[in-house]
Design a protein around this ligand. Structure first.
Ligand SMILES: Nc1ncnc2c1ncn2[C@@H]1O[C@H](COP(=O)(O)OP(=O)(O)O)[C@@H](O)[C@H]1O
Ligand SMILES: [Mg+2]
Length: 309
């Protein structure tokens, strides 16, 4: 069942607005909905007029919302990695793990891993209580990085698994030739090798996220009537295509905001298109959000929901 929804696009195009509006409309339609912000600079709570934190808060009937605490997830990821390394390398006291982790905190990849494991947590722990989970996404660069993580890390883990298999095979050969070799004290068999087991569990988790993004999600691109947001949409489309993640719809938001001419790129013409007018009076209340005209997109999602691609 496809039950996760993402809005992607350039900063300011209306991702938070449309995420909130869709979540509200689905809830008012009788679906149980969780809307979760993955943006490190959260403003989902501002949009819904409720104070949010990392756990679901009730917004109104059928609708809960949360803002992922990214700093907490970064610390949790680092702490788990530290424990794991200490466990595996406890014999090697020359390795100064603490200074290594100080660097890791700021190394590329840490933030997207944190987002990824937060999504996994929402998907496995919270999603079963809801009909839909709507994700309010961070700026494009971070979104594309966390969406590509399962595929890229999956390749790494597959290579590391092969390497581990070779190490274990070599150990077996050594033990066969010399049963008294110190190698015999360590693990030689896949089934009781902790490293091999750990690689397997990471692979399973990454594969589940890959399936979530590519098969069980609605990926909507949001653009405004301006050329820059269209260029960004094209980059998102290309990247998702490379990852095998299909797009569900194109949302043209703030229609009529300016008289300037713009052209919808031909590469996006095939997508179902939903248009939202620029509201000159502003969007202040939850009713304002719903009256942006989100129903056609909601109906599209409801009718497509049972199709798993
Ligand atoms: N259709 C619209 N009409 C009027 N204002 C809009 C519309 N869509 C979004 N906005 C306003 O544009 C600003 C940016 O929207 P937001 O949803 O926060 O964008 P994003 O999440 O993509 O950065 C907000 O002030 C929001 O109220
Ligand atoms: Mg936003």
């Amino acid at each position: 069942m496809r039950d996760s929804v993402f809005f992607l696009g350039k900063g300011g195009v209306g991702k938070t607005t449309l995420s909130s509006a869709l979540a509200l409309a689905l809830a008012r339609h009788g679906k149980r909905v969780l809307v979760a912000s993955l943006d490190p600079a959260h403003n989902l709570g501002d949009s819904l007029k409720v104070k949010l934190d990392g756990e679901p808060k009730n917004v109104e009937k059928n609708l809960d919302a949360l803002e992922v605490n990214l700093a907490w997830w970064v610390d949790k990821y680092l702490e788990e990695s530290r424990e794991q390394l200490k466990l595996n390398y406890s014999y090697n006291m020359t390795l100064n793990l603490d200074s290594f982790f100080g660097i890791l905190k700021y190394s590329p990849g840490t933030e997207e891993y944190a987002v990824l494991w937060a999504i996994e947590d929402i998907h496995s722990r919270l999603a079963p209580s809801y009909d839909f989970v709507v994700f309010d996404t961070p700026p494009t660069a971070l979104s594309l990085r966390f969406l590509s993580m399962p595929t890229i890390s999956g390749l790494w883990v597959a290579e590391l698994t092969k390497l581990r298999e070779r190490i274990l095979k070599d150990r077996q050969t050594i033990v066969r030739l010399d049963p008294d070799s110190p190698v015999a004290k360590g693990t030689v068999d896949k089934s009781d090798d902790k490293v091999y087991g750990k690689l397997g569990s990471i692979r399973t988790r990454l594969a589940a996220l890959e399936v979530l993004f590519s098969k069980h999600s609605f990926m909507n691109i949001v653009v405004n009537p301006d050329q820059l947001s269209m260029y960004e949409a094209l980059r998102i489309k290309d990247e998702l295509e490379r990852l095998g993640i299909p797009l569900s719809a194109l949302c043209l938001n703030k229609h009529g905001v300016s008289e300037a001419a713009y052209e919808l790129p031909a590469e996006l013409h095939h997508l179902p298109k939903f248009t939202y007018s620029f509201s000159r009076d502003g969007i202040f209340t939850r009713d304002d959000l719903v009256s942006i005209g989100i129903e056609p997109l909601m109906n599209h999602i409801l009718s497509e929901r049972k199709t798993t691609r």
